[in-house]
Design a protein around this ligand. Structure first.
Ligand SMILES: Nc1ncnc2c1ncn2[C@@H]1O[C@H](COP(=O)(O)OP(=O)(O)OP(=O)(O)O)[C@@H](O)[C@H]1O
Length: 244
């Protein structure tokens, strides 16, 4: 029996308007905009991209800088609305997109656990159950009462990763976050992602490390200047990508 479709991306195009003009004041900007004197260039970051992802699959998005990977993830996570086409998502999503973006830097790590949990939709009682696991995984035992503004970027990422991966979401979206933290912590994160795959979580993954993509993903979408160049099995497409 075919597995259920978790994500369906249907002819998605995404246009950004780029203005190269500089304005000396907001007033000048408003006047020129009203007089239609602002020249805006259209830029299509994605064009007619279609693919689907079934339950339990792990899909890697690959492509050179600026090919549209993050834009694609953001449209799937619901951060951006596509200019054309549609995205449908079937289940709960845990987006690991900008780790630590939801933190209040003046609050301690412990306070941020509850704040971030609330942003992810977990009530305080639920976060209390996961608290020890978060401290353990992030290895921040001695720092939980320290304001996060005093953390290194690696420590922020460790805490954010540990919070975002509690529970078993239906879909986990990972954007380049494994490149932060040291090598040993990256391995731990990969193991946690692997454990989530084993429990049935569907993964959407972006990394510039093609080795990491090969280890985690079984399907690939290869983006090239916003177009889908290839979609299919990971090994074959990774080989082709590395030869290109
Ligand atoms: N908000 C925006 N406004 C204007 N242009 C944007 C915006 N966001 C992205 N772009 C442009 O869209 C293109 C695709 O960007 P995107 O971040 O999706 O690429 P990427 O494949 O993730 O790149 P990288 O590998 O460098 O992270 C780039 O040319 C980028 O400049």
């Amino acid at each position: 029996m075919e597995k259920k479709i978790m994500i369906k991306v249907d002819n998605v195009s995404m246009r950004f308007n780029l203005s190269s003009e500089k304005f000396d004041s907001f007033k000048e900007y408003v006047i020129k905009t009203l007089k239609k004197q602002v020249s805006v260039e259209e830029f299509w970051a994605l064009q007619d991209v279609s693919f689907e992802l079934r339950e339990g699959e792990a899909l890697g998005l690959i492509g050179l800088n600026g090919s549209g990977k993050s834009t694609m993830l953001k449209t799937i996570a619901g951060v951006l609305k596509p200019t054309k086409g549609s995205v449908s998502v079937n289940g709960s999503v845990a987006p690991l997109i900008e780790l630590g973006a939801g933190f209040d830097m003046d609050l301690t790590a412990a306070e941020n656990v509850y704040l971030n949990g609330a942003l992810l939709g977990y009530p305080r009682k639920e976060m209390e159950k996961h608290y020890n696991d978060i401290v353990e995984f992030s290895e921040l035992h001695d720092f939980m009462n320290v304001p996060v503004k005093n953390f290194s970027s690696g420590m922020v990422s460790r805490l954010a990763f540990a919070i975002s991966t509690i529970g078993t979401p239906d879909i986990l979206i990972v954007d380049e976050v494994l490149s932060v933290g040291d090598f040993r912590f990256q391995e731990k994160c990969e193991q946690r992602i692997q454990a989530m795959i084993d429990k049935g979580t569907t993964i959407l993954f972006v990394s510039h490390s093609i080795q990491q993509v090969r280890r985690i993903c079984n399907k690939i979408v290869w983006l090239d200047h916003g177009h889908m160049k290839r979609w299919g099995d990971a090994d074959e497409i990774c080989d082709e990508y590395e030869r290109s």
